[in-house]
Design a protein around this ligand. Structure first.
Ligand code: ADP
Ligand code: TRP
Length: 353
């Protein structure tokens, strides 16, 4: 069994359990996290967790949840996460009960008005009606704060849509510290986090059918989205019918040729995934000036289909027992760390001596 090293600072992040992971999530979130974990694990403890309790803040098909939780761990593994690295902890939120317990305590120190200002709640609840809008969706950021504060995390790499939640985490930690003494490590301010994670933040793959929009699983038609589980031939077709422009010349120009620019980016990413040492600049110079979009698209489509074939083979070949063992040992270790924090808080609020 291993534990966290108390002198090492902690980087913590979670990606929601979901079976519909698309190449935007993969190249924009999962791969950067895996790379970061590999690069930083000498100096940091890396907590990668699956926020499975967050999975049903909006309605889902519960018969698929268990499998999609494991699928998250499989995808990290297929993306290259080294399971034998003792500084990387891979665990399910629901297997560390302290998350829920701390969330309840923090709930009681969180203002209703403060939660009401969270824009993600407004965005998500706008798309639901009546009792579909749960109290869980409303106070989800409080659980997220507990996820972070239990482990004294200093760095929390998340997308822009989570910035407000991270700020809330800092606020509640500071408020509790003022009231009860030094209880929590306050995560670094968001600007400092951006500086620390640098280039990992910016990447945005666009929807193939509508390249001014980001690729997103909430796209209704699915025509512009390539999911990791797509049949490679179907993905090939999606790229062949990707929206381009009438300028008739391949150029990297996000403003005037968003479709072509997006394809240049996708091509670079799938080539990098295949182990080729290429930059976007090199891809751009290879194709700039090409006049037949059909030929260009075919190259992108072929290589993307090849990426999917390879990825799906990697996914099918992951070592299931090793993943299960990793989850179990991380969860055992994380319960120890999380309970230490929880007990400190329980003492502070008067639940324990
Ligand atoms: P979706 O928009 O498909 O619902 P999420 O909001 O669940 O995706 O995002 C999960 C993670 O994937 C986030 O870290 C987000 O920044 C990243 N991500 C989502 N869409 C893209 C995209 N099109 N390009 C790059 N990264 C993305
Ligand atoms: N809310 C995050 C998302 O939707 C997932 C998440 C839950 C998370 N708890 C977290 C991310 C703690 C970082 C830290 O993407």
């Amino acid at each position: 069994m291993y534990t966290m090293n108390p002198t090492k600072p902690v980087i913590l992040t979670g990606v929601r359990a979901n079976n519909d992971i698309h190449i935007g999530n993969y190249f924009g979130a999962i791969l950067p996290i895996v790379d970061m974990a590999k690069r930083r694990s000498a100096d940091f403890d890396i907590n990668l967790f699956i926020p499975d309790l967050h999975s049903f803040t909006t309605p889902i098909d519960h018969s698929k949840l268990y499998d999609s939780i494991l699928n998250n761990a499989r995808i990290y593994t297929a993306a290259g996460l080294p399971l034998d690295n003792q500084a990387i902890h891979l665990y399910r939120q629901s297997r560390v009960p302290a998350h829920s317990e701390l969330a309840w305590i923090l709930d009681c120190f969180t203002g209703f008005g403060e939660m009401s200002r969270m824009t993600q709640f407004k965005d998500k609840s706008d798309k639901l009606h009546g009792d579909q809008i749960s109290v869980g969706l409303f106070n989800y950021p409080v659980l997220m704060a507990a996820d972070i504060l239990l482990y004294n995390a200093t760095y929390v790499p998340v997308g822009d849509d989570q910035t407000q939640h991270l700020e809330f985490t800092r606020d509640i930690a500071e408020r509790m510290n003022r009231k009860f003494g030094e209880l929590f490590t306050v995560p670094k301010p968001v600007a400092e986090q951006h500086q620390f994670f640098g280039k990992d933040q910016g990447l945005r793959i666009k929807d193939l059918a509508n390249p001014t929009k980001k690729m997103s699983k909430s796209d209704d038609t699915g025509k512009g989205v390539i999911f990791l589980g797509d049949d490679p031939q179907a993905a090939h077709k999606k790229i062949m019918s990707a929206t381009t422009d009438s300028l008739g010349k391949v150029q990297y120009d996000r403003e005037n040729q968003p479709g072509i620019s997006n394809l240049l980016e996708i091509l670079t990413l799938v080539r990098q995934d295949a182990g080729r040492d290429v930059t976007l600049e090199q891809t751009i110079s290879e194709f700039t000036g090409m006049e037949r979009y059909g030929d260009f698209k075919r190259i992108v489509a072929d290589e993307t289909a090849e990426f999917l074939t390879n990825f799906q083979a990697r996914l099918a070949a992951v070592d299931e027992p090793a993943i299960e063992a990793k989850l179990q040992s991380s969860e055992q270790a994380m319960n120890l760390v999380a309970n230490q924090t929880l007990h400190r808080v329980q003492k502070a609020v008067g639940l324990r001596r």
